[in-house]
Design a protein around this ligand. Structure first.
Ligand SMILES: C[S@@+](CC[C@H](N)C(=O)[O-])C[C@H]1O[C@@H](n2cnc3c(N)ncnc32)[C@H](O)[C@@H]1O
Length: 303
């Protein structure tokens, strides 16, 4: 199963309307960010739609978006702006040469020692860099999003984890599991609630020659017994949105080794206090933080 968009396959159009009275699009940036994924989006546009009494956002993408994730992103944008998105539509488009489009729009990304590139990119990783090969696919995680970059920066800055295993919870494309496996040559358990993400993470682990270090499992939080059996973890990576992170705080505290670290991401700056309070209430305090634009990544540990 390939997650790469093939030449001559369908694209997808995503549209929604944000009800806003003025003729000024200022303040609508979070909705554009919710749509924009440089590895996935071929175009993102926004125009005044008087009939719909709002601003219509339209994006053309290389593969079908995960609608529940899209709705979560729109909910975050709504929370930030105080405006609502409605009339979401996700429709297939006629065939075209998506490979050419993706190649044009997915340059390699350098984050700390990590060099993330699509398999179509011939450019070699700079000396001393750890290369991760990923193609735009059906799972989140190409390295372009601020939340993923925050985790890669946190990993790059971290000393090798002590006793215990490594867990990537909400692995998406597997990017963080692959990064950790390549960085320390240690086994990583990569789990996701979404079966397509689990399959994509497994495929990408193979593409990066870390399949023997990367075990993949489907799990909602720690519901899969395998995740509980492998605890305590020296490192838990969790790039999930703020609310799931808050719900997972007691379980993360329970399954994290007493000297372990958890990297928490997917939260906006103004959600940091709420997330920190939830983790504080289960005995985990902030050891480091990596803000990027409006997003923040937290590193927490016991005590
Ligand atoms: C923002 S993506 C992160 C992907 C990748 N780890 C990265 O850093 O780019 C969040 C992922 O978490 C998964 N997810 C959301 N809630 C979850 C839960 N409760 N348990 C496990 N996975 C979850 C989603 O399916 C999605 O693949």
């Amino acid at each position: 199963m390939s997650s790469r968009p093939e030449s001559g396959t369908r694209g997808w159009s995503v549209e929604f309307v944000v009800e806003a009275g003025g003729d000024d699009a200022d303040g609508l940036g979070p909705f554009e960010s919710a749509l924009d994924d440089p590895a996935e989006s071929v175009t993102v546009s926004c125009f005044r739609d008087r009939e719909a009494r709002g601003w219509r956002f339209r994006s053309v993408r290389v593969s079908r978006p995960d609608e529940s994730e899209l709705r979560s992103r729109l909910a975050v944008a709504a929370a930030v702006t105080g405006m609502q998105a409605s009339s979401l539509s996700v429709l297939p488009l006629p065939e075209m040469d998506w490979i050419a489009e993706v190649n044009r729009r997915s340059p390699p990304i350098r984050v700390g020692r990590f060099f993330v590139r699509g398999s179509h990119v011939a450019e070699e990783a700079p000396r001393g860099c750890i290369e991760i090969v990923l193609d735009a696919g059906r799972a989140f995680g190409t390295g372009s999003h601020e939340s993923t970059r925050g985790c890669l920066i946190a990993l790059d800055a971290m000393a090798p984890p002590g006793d215990g295993r490594i867990l990537d919870l909400g692995t998406g494309s597997g990017i963080l599991a692959i990064a950790a496996a390549k960085l320390w040559r240690r086994p990583v358990l990569a789990a996701d609630i979404d079966p397509v993400s689990v399959a994509t993470a497994r495929e990408n682990a193979g593409l990066n020659a870390v399949e023997t270090l990367t075990e993949t499992r489907r799990s909602q939080g720690f519901s899969n017994p395998r995740l509980r059996a492998r605890a305590p973890y020296a490192l838990i990576l969790a790039n999930i949105l703020a609310d799931p992170l808050i719900r997972l705080a007691p379980a993360i505290a329970r399954y994290l080794h007493r000297d372990g670290r958890a990297i928490l991401s997917g939260l906006l700056e103004d959600q940091e206090a709420r997330v920190a309070a939830a983790y504080g209430s289960v005995g985990l305090s902030i050891r480091d933080r990596h803000p990027i634009d409006t997003w923040t990544t937290l590193v927490v540990g016991h005590g």
